[in-house]
Design a protein around this ligand. Structure first.
Ligand code: AKB
Length: 318
């Protein structure tokens, strides 16, 4: 049985991945950690406050708990990163290098997400290949490309079992994302339920890849369980499930909530980032090397998001 430590467990992915992994590997085998106290993550399993930028703290938790697998989920996302690039570099790279070093010293496998943000305006726009030009124009993307290269370096030089996927925008109904360019695709569902209208910061016709959280969680586990001999790539796999524009997701909502309205107040930073990212990724390598296959599309996801958020909002009112 794996003994897992999650770094940055209080964020959008971590809060759901912790429970997902505990269901598979057992509550006591998944230690959630975050720089802030997260009471709910301590309810059904172990939780510790750990600053990922403090390598000694991280190494001590790994040693004390006989950890063999680390999920490093610490990230300042794309839009917020542009507001403070130096801090984004410090946090994103600091957490990564500490995770890599602790994984090397304590013989752990390491999962670190990369992103569609690792691509830039010079990458092919449609069906962006696994191996292609990567010249991102955001500090977030620069951290992701550097992280991918470092992950491969630690694997080649030290034999650390590093693995990663390039996540699309993740859509979920548990914890809100913060500071990303794709956040609109989560906010729109909440606003559709709460006020029947939404003001979108991303231009109406910009395509970006998105993924529903259940597929994202399954991808993490399936990649970490994959036979290493079949992995030609490691850091990092393109994965894809759906690609749409703000108008397409708004239409999907309108088919279920006919009076839903959307207008636009474009954020120039988000526009530039969104326009620099691919329209859609080619995930053939993930499909071939570890059998990646998405299960959710826009229609099914929209039904599920609206149902769950409507229940949440109704419960809040009670
Ligand atoms: C962001 O928008 O910054 C993230 C991402 C696609 O990596 N959601």
């Amino acid at each position: 049985m794996k003994k897992i430590l999650i770094v940055g467990a209080g964020g959008q992915i971590g809060s759901e991945l912790t429970r997902y992994l505990r269901n598979i590997y057992g509550n006591s085998n998944v230690l959630a950690t975050d720089v802030r106290e997260c009471r709910d993550l301590g309810e059904d399993g172990p939780f510790e406050v750990i600053d990922a930028l403090n390598a000694t703290q991280l190494a001590s938790a790994v040693a004390r708990n006989n950890i063999d697998t680390i999920f490093n989920l610490v990230a300042l996302l794309s839009a917020v990163g542009e507001r403070n690039p130096q801090m984004a570099w410090g946090v994103n790279m600091g957490a990564l290098i500490n995770s890599l070093e602790v994984a090397r010293q304590h013989h752990c496998a390491l999962f670190t997400p990369s992103s569609i943000g690792a691509f830039g305006p010079t990458s092919p726009k449609d069906h962006t290949p696994q191996d292609t030009i990567m010249q991102p124009t955001t500090i977030y993307g620069i951290c992701k490309v550097t992280g991918e290269l470092l992950g491969n370096y630690y694997n080649l030089k030290y034999g650390v079992d590093t693995r990663s996927v390039r996540f699309p925008g993740i859509i979920s109904n548990v914890t809100l994302p913060g500071g990303g360019t794709t956040d609109y695709a989560v906010e729109i569902y909440y606003e559709a339920i709460k006020s029947r209208k939404y003001t979108c910061a991303v231009p109406s016709d910009v395509y970006m890849d998105m993924i529903y959280m259940p597929d994202a969680l399954r991808a993490c586990v399936e990649l970490m369980e994959a036979d290493p001999h079949k992995l030609i790539h490691r850091n990092s796999f393109n994965i894809a499930s759906m690609s749409f524009t703000p108008e397409i997701i708004a239409d999907a909502i309108r088919r279920r909530i006919p009076d839903f309205q959307m207008d636009y107040y474009i954020d120039p930073v988000k526009r530039e980032i969104a326009e620099s990212w691919p329209n859609s990724l080619d995930d053939t390598c993930a499909r071939e090397e570890w059998n990646w296959k998405p299960e959710w599309d826009l229609e099914r996801m929209t039904d599920d998001m609206l149902r769950v958020i409507a229940e949440k909002v109704a419960a809040e009112k009670e």
